[in-house]
Ligand binder design. Structure first.
Ligand SMILES: [Zn+2]
Length: 393
């Protein structure tokens, strides 16, 4: 820690590494696959209650695992800073927590229970050091984050219910850059069918269209769209895209198949309305349907909208100044390579969101790890950012 300024130094010193690690270990100990994160939510609620915080459990449309919310108020008017994280993990075999030197390992250690523990520790430090002079902190933890088992529905519900701050910190494991832009993402699956049953190709009805030919035509049209989308490009975030990941049809070489299905993704940049993206895709399908006589069913699923962070916002200055105070360096700006809750806060709640968390690895594998030293740093940056942002006019 490089903090010299006295009140800031005492706030940093109020971050207790043992308490932080213990919280992280407790959260990792509670298995919480997406959709079934109740155990981890109960665990977090219990930890916060034992710490003396007033905890509420908004169901937010998912009563089997209610979310966790704490409001910590200075009692004086000022901005609300939100610490937000998901408590669910991808569906992989459960790995219990283990501390080995600087590393904590186990399910959700990287993504993102240890980051959540750092946010909890920042909240405790702000209270213990009496460092929140104005404004308040809203801490939220929720389920239904990880696709394809969840699509952010519980967070969307919380946002609709107004459970949202004026700015948000999200401790996902991204530590080397400040993400300022990111693409929105959707997945799609298309099924192309004809009416008759599968038959020997010599028996095929003359008036029935070929699902394979229609599928091939669709791939060509989607690839043309992808080439046009490449012109919509951002230096940091990359290009808008339409990607075909798989195509399947047929059983054997001389049977006339009934179905051809394809699956892929669509990504877009901030400034493009997600409804437009969906309508454009549907339009391609309905034209092909009319022209070829096949019937086409499509499942187009939004994962998250595009993300943008206004760099001139006082929240960003408060964060950068705090990051510099703790590390002695500036955090360079960069893209957000994945979609996360920050996309929902940015696009739906219209509040600035910074994804910043510990140095970690092995996300979405059974080998997750997180650096304990870096967790302490994250807790300090969060606490300092809160003290600075909540006292901004
Ligand atoms: Zn995550």
């Amino acid at each position: 820690m490089k903090v010299k300024h006295e009140p800031l130094a005492s706030l940093c010193n109020a971050v207790n590494p043992q308490r932080l690690v213990q919280t992280a270990v407790q959260l990792v100990s509670a298995p919480s696959p997406t959709g079934d994160a109740g155990k981890a939510a109960d665990c977090l609620a219990e930890i916060l209650r034992a710490d003396g915080f007033a905890v509420t459990r908004p169901a937010a449309g998912h009563p089997s695992s209610p979310a966790v919310a704490v409001r910590f108020d200075s009692g004086r008017k000022g901005p609300v800073l939100q610490f937000n994280g998901h408590l669910d993990t991808v569906h992989l075999p459960f790995v219990p927590p283990r501390v080995d030197g600087d590393q904590l390992t186990g399910s959700g250690a990287a993504d993102m229970k240890a980051g959540m523990a750092a946010a909890v520790e920042a909240l405790r430090a702000l209270r213990d050091a009496n460092a929140l002079r104005t404004g308040s902190i809203l801490l939220t933890g929720h389920d239904l984050h990880e696709a394809p088992w969840g699509f952010g529905q519980q967070l969307d519900h919380l946002i609709r219910d107004g459970c949202v701050g004026d700015a948000v910190l999200i401790p996902e494991p991204l530590s080397t850059q400040l993400p300022v832009i990111g693409r929105g993402a959707a997945t799609w699956k298309v099924s192309i069918r004809r009416t008759g049953p599968p038959v020997h190709e010599v028996m095929r009805p003359k008036d029935e269209p070929s699902v394979i030919a229609a599928g091939a035509e669709l791939v060509g049209r989607l690839e043309r769209l992808n080439r046009q989308l490449a012109f919509q490009s951002d230096a940091l975030a990359g290009s808008a895209s339409l990607f075909v990941g798989q195509i399947h049809s047929g059983e054997i070489y001389n049977q006339y198949p009934q179905e051809c299905w394809l699956e892929g993704t669509r990504r877009w940049l901030p400034g493009t309305a997600k409804e437009t993206v969906k309508a454009e895709f549907r339009d391609i399908l309905s034209r092909l349907e009319k022209e070829t006589g096949v019937s086409i069913a499509a499942d187009f699923r939004f994962i998250r909208d595009a993300f943008f962070l206004e760099q001139q916002h006082p929240f960003v200055s408060a964060f950068q100044q705090s990051y510099r105070a703790v590390t002695g360096q500036d955090l360079p700006i960069g893209p957000k390579p994945f979609v996360d809750d920050g996309n929902s806060f940015s696009a739906d709640a219209k509040v600035p969101a910074i994804t910043h968390g510990p140095r970690a690895g092995g996300q979405h594998t059974v080998n997750e790890w997180v650096s304990i030293d870096d967790l302490v740093r994250v807790a300090q940056v969060y606490a300092l950012t809160a003290a600075a942002f909540c006292s901004s006019p």
